[in-house]
Design a protein around this ligand. Structure first.
Ligand SMILES: [Zn+2]
Length: 72
């Protein structure tokens, strides 16, 4: 089953995979809008994230956890 995340900017659901090159955002437009602020708000420790960071499992898990928290 594919992992899905919500676009932090507009809330649209996307599949976490190669078909979503701008993940966790739905589009390049959303990705360019303050991703650093979004992740820093929730974790308080990270500086602006890089594409390399997005490939790390711990980063992905944090993003999924943030999504789960919003759904509850
Ligand atoms: Zn979006």
């Amino acid at each position: 089953m594919a992992t899905k995340v919500k676009c932090p900017k507009c809330g649209k659901e996307i599949v976490w995979g190669p078909e979503s090159p701008f993940r966790p955002f739905c589009s390049e437009k959303c990705k360019t809008m303050d991703f650093g602020d979004w992740i820093t708000e929730r974790n308080g420790i990270w500086s602006p994230i890089t594409d390399e960071d997005l490939e790390k499992e711990e980063v992905m898990n944090a993003l999924i956890a943030a999504n789960n928290n919003e759904q509850q």
